[in-house]
Design a protein around this ligand. Sequence first.
Ligand code: HEC
Length: 102
Amino acid sequence: MRGIPATLAVCLAFGLALVPAAAKAADPVAVMADACSGCHGTDGHSIGGMPAFSGKKQDELTKALRDFKSGAKEATVMDRIAKGYSVEQLDAIAAYFASRKK
Ligand code: HEC
């Protein structure tokens, strides 16, 4: 059967191509934080109308995200975004951004 080695080669090629992607995705908090950059920019350095939070301390970020989730802080979109994460995940995201470049 001539087709089998070719199929195997394709599978191996894809398998190898996936390894670096998997290694990059190793930090689950960085992956969650990636979802924020579309609006808030890299490391919270947003440009334009979106609020930048790059200068905020960890406790300020933690409070803001928890308050968005609970509804204590008024929001147009952040309440819905924050509800998509557990409190533990929000705390981890806050710690991540607080540790990034100011
Ligand atoms: C769809 C765009 C969008 C995404 C995605 C988004 N945000 Fe926001 N964010 C906003 C807007 C708009 C506000 C202003 C509050 C509001 O209207 O909801 C805000 C406000 C904030 C604030 C408060 C800033 C301040 O100075 O009061 C924090 C902190 C924040 N976002 C963190 C995050 C984090 C962390 C994520 C990722 C989990 C995220 N945002 C994802 C649009 C976004």
